[in-house]
Design a binder for this molecule. Structure first.
Ligand code: HEM
Length: 391
């Protein structure tokens, strides 16, 4: 089929994804445009073969497992004031607010930047210009686009800021950040693993629209299903007394079931692109070298055999073990599976818990009528939102 005007093999079934991910290494490369290569340099998703594996190995420990409990207090510090405002005044646009909150959470955890400090505004301004550059034409026409050159310059500013923060990270910088761990992990990294500055920018970009999308849909679904929201709110209140429950996989089953159901119904990414570097066979079809291959992370999410009544929001299917979260590919799989999944899930659970502690989500104008799917699934129009006192 044609994707963005180019003939592409689309993998759109659950079984097909398993086959694709198993066959990926050495046969498929991530297809990134010249624009993405220029802007992101040797960031993780631009690397191939050994350099890619080496960089993943060095990045992963700071983004998962034992590192996560250390980020909980700093995340809650960032989330508290935002959710207080939603409870007090509501907001005229949920998605815009959640994007800003996701940016602040990522800056706090990945760079150690606290919301009030001078670097917060510097970072936000340069990052905005950089993000705008990703909308420039992907090919040679990018050179005639003002956004491209502004983005290149913002990239330099961001790299300088990252280097300065990295130099401070081992000193008296605020705790609760991944930065010191990342600096240590890359101190003796071979050149093929790429520079930490490129990886930091990639992490910040990869975290932003995806996590904001997931959070938006979690709050939209909770607002649209009052019974589920009340049920989840009871559990959210236990987080106030024990914030470490946010990182214990066997705790908060209700909030986790809402998360899983939202990942199923509203997988943030529409398509991921690959190109074959040698011929390969998928589902019995031979695919020639140099062919574009795309997969949809939500392939299989609406299969009624795996998820009965697939169009309905029914988080209970994950609680009652009628459905398994292992059938969900919202975070991709294989060689390029999402490295930020544990952090994304922690951020989403922490925001849902903080919001539900303050009130029940409500959408005064109703759910979004128009939706866009790129860069991630999101409402097109401003979406008024509030937290209503449960009483
Ligand atoms: C709900 C939130 C998120 C979703 C749904 C999501 C989804 C995905 C998907 C589908 C991929 C695979 C792309 C491909 O196959 O080409 C991916 C890759 C990636 N994600 Fe995420 N992501 C999320 C949050 C995050 C966060 C918070 C971070 C970082 C802190 C992150 C970092 C990355 C990186 C670095 C890659 C590239 C991995 C590689 O190329 O080896 N993501 N993500």
């Amino acid at each position: 089929m044609s994707v963005d005007g180019v003939d592409t093999v689309l993998v759109g079934t659950w079984a097909g994804l398993g086959e694709l991910f198993a066959a990926e290494r050495g046969r498929l490369d991530v297809l990134n445009t010249p624009l993405v290569h220029d802007l992101f340099g040797r960031a993780l998703f631009n690397l191939t073969a050994c350099g890619h594996g080496e960089a993943r190995r060095r990045l992963r420990p700071a983004l998962a497992g034992r590192a996560l409990p250390g980020y909980v207090p700093s995340l809650l510090d960032v989330i508290g004031p935002a959710t207080d405002r939603w409870a007090l005044d509501g907001t005229a646009d949920l998605h815009e607010q959640v994007r800003a909150l996701t940016g602040a959470m990522s800056a706090r955890v990945l760079l150690g930047i606290t919301p009030g400090e001078a670097d917060a505004a510097r970072f936000a301004a340069a990052f905005k210009v950089f993000v705008a550059a990703t909308g420039a034409p992907p090919g040679p026409a990018r050179y005639a686009d003002r956004r491209y050159w502004a983005g290149r310059s913002a990239r330099q500013d961001l790299h300088a800021l990252f280097s300065r923060r990295a130099a401070q990270a081992t000193g008296d910088a605020p705790g609760g950040s991944a930065l010191a761990g990342l600096v240590a992990a890359f101190a003796d990294a071979p050149a093929e693993a790429g520079p930490l500055e490129d990886h930091l920018l990639a992490l910040l970009i990869a975290a932003r629209e995806t996590t904001a999308s997931l959070l938006t849909w979690c709050l939209v679904e909770l607002a649209s299903h009052r019974g589920h929201a009340e049920y989840a709110a009871a559990e959210a209140r236990t987080v106030a007394a024990g914030p470490d429950r946010l990182v214990a996989r066997d705790k908060l089953p209700v909030l986790r079931s809402v998360l899983a159901e939202c990942l199923r119904l509203h997988a943030p990414n529409l398509l991921s692109m690959r190109e074959t570097v040698c011929p390969l066979t998928l589902a019995g079809h031979r695919i020639g070298e140099g062919t574009r291959v795309a997969y949809s992370p939500s392939a299989g999410h609406f299969d009624p055999a795996a998820f009965p009544r697939p169009q309905q929001f029914r988080p209970g299917r994950f609680l009652a073990r009628q459905a398994s979260a292992s059938r969900l590919w919202a975070f991709g799989g294989g060689a390029h599976a999402c490295l930020g999944r544990p952090l994304a899930e922690l951020m989403a659970l922490a925001v849902m818990a903080a919001a539900l502690q303050r009130g029940l989500p409500s959408l005064p104008d109703g759910p979004p009528a128009r939706i866009s799917f790129r860069p991630a699934k999101a409402p097109i129009d401003p979406l008024p939102f509030a937290l209503e006192s449960a009483s």
